[in-house]
Write a protein that binds this ligand. Structure first.
Ligand SMILES: [Zn+2]
Length: 288
């Protein structure tokens, strides 16, 4: 909900946030992190919804990565790095991921990725391919078109990887075991059959994950999984079936993005969550 909150900020509050981000960038430069940032994008559009980054912002992010000497690695390379405690021979390493398979990943993001020679992984909810994102009744998210199999094939042929986001974008932690395994296996097999390539990574819808779903992902042949909404880098000590990412919809400026890449923006996210959790507890106490 970060962006939604930030959109309602007054100019004064925005200025304070900007000053804080600048401080986080300065602190981050003195405190290089050992982990690797896995950036999460969803929709690249101008709706300013909670899951959107505008095409202009996305271009600015990618240009900054290029200009700063970052190089992208695939999720397979990420897991190898985590197992071997290496950074693929490069200090400035980043992983790009997109959830939900929005059509604008092809029309807006893909040309920019190609221009910079970047790779990425897109997580697909297979039942919805070629349709629209009707799984979510959240009115703050517009009903946007999703990728077709033709778009997916073309991007796959040109170096973009595809992972599974389940079949029906279900709340996996609420499903019986048999349905959970169907979501994990059927989606994997569907993408593999269409692209004739192995699908090795899974992303839990809604960030809802548990030991049961992570174990099931492992048993279904995935090499790793994302799910937790926790904001953070991937580290070599991490469980590869519960990897954290850096959600770009939290950012309201390029300065935030820079702090996100340096690993200091997560301090702000943690403090903000603690603040809202305390507000929630106070509200509950007041109601009782
Ligand atoms: Zn999703």
């Amino acid at each position: 909900m970060g962006r939604f909150f930030l959109n309602k900020m007054t100019p004064g509050a925005y200025g304070v946030k900007r000053l804080m981000s600048t401080t986080l960038v300065l602190l981050g430069r003195f405190r290089p992190k050992a982990g690797i940032p896995v950036l999460t994008y969803h929709s690249v559009d101008d709706s300013r919804s909670v899951i959107s980054v505008s095409p202009t912002e996305f271009r600015a992010h990618m240009e900054y990565l290029k200009r700063s000497g970052y190089h992208t690695i695939s999720l397979r390379e990420l897991v190898e790095c985590l197992h071997t405690d290496a950074r693929a021979g490069h200090k400035k390493t980043v992983v790009l991921t997109f959830d939900d398979g929005f059509k604008n990943n092809y029309t807006e993001a893909f040309p920019v990725l190609r221009h910079h020679g970047f790779t990425a992984t897109i997580f697909l909810p297979t039942d919805y391919i070629g349709g629209t994102c009707t799984w979510d009744k959240d009115k703050s998210i517009p009903e946007l078109p999703l990728l077709s199999w033709e778009d997916i094939q073309e991007m796959s042929d040109r170096g973009i990887d595809f992972g599974s986001h389940g079949c029906s974008h279900a709340h996996l932690t609420r499903l019986p075991r048999i349905q959970l395994r169907t979501e994990l296996l059927k989606s994997k097999c569907t993408i593999e059959a269409r692209l004739d390539k192995p699908v090795a990574f899974f992303c839990h819808p809604y960030g809802e994950t548990s030991h049961v779903t992570q174990q099931a992902a492992k048993e279904c042949g995935y090499l790793g999984a994302f799910g937790s909404l926790d904001f953070g880098f991937a580290y070599n000590r991490d469980d590869v079936y519960d990897l954290k990412r850096v959600g770009t919809a939290h950012f309201s400026s390029l300065c935030d993005f820079k702090a996100g890449l340096l690993g200091t923006y997560e301090w702000y996210v943690k403090i903000k969550r603690l603040f809202f959790a305390s507000l929630g507890r106070l509200e509950m106490r007041y109601k009782q």
